[in-house]
Design a protein around this ligand. Sequence first.
Ligand SMILES: NC(=O)c1ccc[n+]([C@@H]2O[C@H](COP(=O)([O-])OP(=O)(O)OC[C@H]3O[C@@H](n4cnc5c(N)ncnc54)[C@H](O)[C@@H]3O)[C@@H](O)[C@H]2O)c1
Length: 249
Amino acid sequence: MSSSFNQKTHNGRIALVTGAAQGIGQAITIALAERGAQVIATDLSLPQETVNKIGPGARAIRLDVTQEDHWHDAFLQGQELGGVDIVVNNAGYFPNRPIEELDLPTWRKTMATNLDSHFLSVKYFLPGMKKKKWGRFIGISSNMVGLSIPGMSHYITSKMGIIGFMRGLANDIASHGITANSVLPGLTNTLATAAQTAEMKRATWEQQAIKRIGEPEDITGAVLFLTSDDAAFITGQAIVVDGGQYRIG
Ligand SMILES: NC(=O)c1ccc[n+]([C@@H]2O[C@H](COP(=O)([O-])OP(=O)(O)OC[C@H]3O[C@@H](n4cnc5c(N)ncnc54)[C@H](O)[C@@H]3O)[C@@H](O)[C@H]2O)c1
């Protein structure tokens, strides 16, 4: 976890994180800042708490990831700081809807939040990364793509889409020193999962090799690694961070 490292592996980098007001996004933002990155914390409303935890230097901006004009504003703010080097698309929408109850507006909101966001971030931040000949795109997917959880077909579609987009994107940006990878958390202790009973959570983590629920800080290590120079030769990959529940390969 980030707190056990003191290396400033991200010194000089400017990192934008979506859905940074709480949960996994907040933990990733704080971890990137601890490693020396200047962070732009973004969310539907100003993620002030996250920025307060980090201190001076961190910037909070309002960014609804489904809105293209918000991405344009975020791009302009990033330019003021010198241009964004790292984008972590973390904001997510995940209502449970059995397929008979799934309606088109819910389907479209899921795709807009979980997938359009990745495309829009590339549209606005890739040109600057190309100029710098360095960049990192991280998509927060989910290990649910490999699990048999009902009522989540729209969500699983979007989270598989993130993996697909990162794979395809990797081909188009590699020659510019830019990588694109997905991180697949397992069940993580955030407000998003607070409604689940302890029994429900236990039923999940008992399937993991590591027998406990994940904490937001458990997810940060993979993001820090993939956004560092150490991972310069790793792209188009999907890394599962779930205590060993879902195994691929
Ligand atoms: N918690 C888990 O068990 C778990 C497991 C696997 C994957 N994930 C993924 O991790 C990510 C973060 O999950 P979390 O548990 O921290 O969720 P959370 O609900 O605690 O936080 C999500 C944040 O995203 C923001 N957000 C939602 N829609 C947005 C939009 N349109 N524009 C900007 N921000 C928006 C919310 O305001 C919130 O602050 C999501 O993509 C989720 O799918 C979570």
